[in-house]
Design a protein around this ligand. Structure first.
Ligand code: SF4
Ligand code: SF4
Length: 328
């Protein structure tokens, strides 16, 4: 395995060397002190601090995306990106989310809006002792083209694909053996307690009948702010709308939220998810019971965003904790 090392004072230079080939996006600091993934010119580099607040998969599935524009009797599809994306800032959990939605958007009907942005993109993960407050993000070891692992004095840069190898070919220094050993040790970190909780909740939902009263109690806490869905890197639901002006019509898609009353309301007025209890049950059930049956894996990778976003404390880990505490 090739493992290079780049020190903090040379990392900007490394990203600048990629500019000619890729549209480079990296974690940056916004004026309000939060971090996001954007172009280097948008703010100072902020590689430390763990997961960014917004969902990183928005790079390929944006909140609003034009499907086509109709002018007169002609149709225009959105232009393909001029350069492929090089995007850094996915934590190992975010990379697992991306792996999941890559499967989702390519299955059966392949989603050309998603694939147009995703194809040829170089995805770089970030791991090591660079989580919130310096906590360890155990290495992904894959699920990306390139991994940046903070080992205390510099970034180990580990390619996991030929595109990743092409990115690091200009880096002069190979990582010293002791730094590589720190990477290997970190890769053996046992699963977090929250992973165990979510797995157990999934087993319970698939094997036990959880009473409606539980979902009524949990759903009663939902204020339908949609924060959980908007933050979740594996939420893929969207609605389609036409925006008309005097000269053209733009058909676009926008993220939707299964916590909203109108999410499944039918044209005749019937709503199969007519209460907050049913909608909350569906949100949790979808990730922990329906997706394992359809895709063979739970579609929550415990990134923590919905638990951070939910103002009333019913993110997925919080609900999993209550499920396990009450039903075993
Ligand atoms: S923790 Fe919440 S936001 Fe993150 S993947 Fe799971 S359901 Fe989605
Ligand atoms: S974040 Fe919480 S309150 Fe807001 S829609 Fe989701 S579950 Fe409901």
């Amino acid at each position: 395995m090739i493992i290079k090392i780049v020190t903090s004072d040379r990392i900007e230079q490394f990203f600048a060397s990629l500019d000619a080939t890729w549209e480079v996006r990296v974690p940056i600091m916004l004026p309000d002190g939060t971090r996001t993934i954007s172009s280097r010119s948008s703010g100072p580099l902020a590689l430390h601090g763990g997961a960014v607040a917004g969902k990183p998969t928005a790079a390929f599935f944006p909140q609003h995306g034009t499907i086509f524009t109709a002018v007169g009797s002609g149709f225009q599809e959105p232009a393909a990106p001029t350069r492929p994306l090089f995007i850094l800032g996915f934590t190992p959990r975010d990379l697992a989310c991306l792996r999941f939605i890559d499967r989702f958007f390519a299955d059966g009907f392949s989603d050309d809006l998603y694939l147009r942005l995703r194809k040829n993109a170089v995805v770089a993960g970030i791991s090591g002792n660079c989580g919130l407050g310096g906590t360890l993000l155990p290495p992904a070891g894959g699920d990306c083209d390139l991994e940046f692992f903070w080992e205390g004095s510099g970034w180990l840069v580990i390619p996991h694909s030929s595109a990743g190898e092409a990115c690091v070919s200009g880096l002069p220094d190979s990582a010293p053996p002791e730094a590589v050993e720190r990477y290997r040790q970190a890769a053996m970190t046992p699963p977090h307690e929250n992973d165990r909780l979510v797995r157990r909740a999934s087993e319970l939902l698939r094997s036990t009948s959880v009473p409606d009263s539980f979902w009524a109690e949990i759903g009663d806490r939902c204020i339908a702010c949609t924060g959980c869905n908007l933050a979740c890197p594996t939420c893929t639901c969207f609605g389609v709308q036409d925006w008309r002006s005097a000269t053209q019509t733009e058909r676009s898609r926008m993220w939707d939220s299964c916590q909203l009353d109108g999410f499944m309301r039918e044209a005749g007025g019937h709503n199969p998810l007519g209460s907050e209890a049913e909608r909350t049950r569906r949100r949790i059930h979808h990730k922990l019971a329906a997706d394992p049956e359809k895709w063979g894996e739970i579609s929550c990778f415990v990134c923590g965003r919905c638990d951070s976003a939910c103002p009333t404390g019913i993110g997925i880990v919080a609900v999993a904790r209550e499920l396990v505490a009450r039903f075993g």
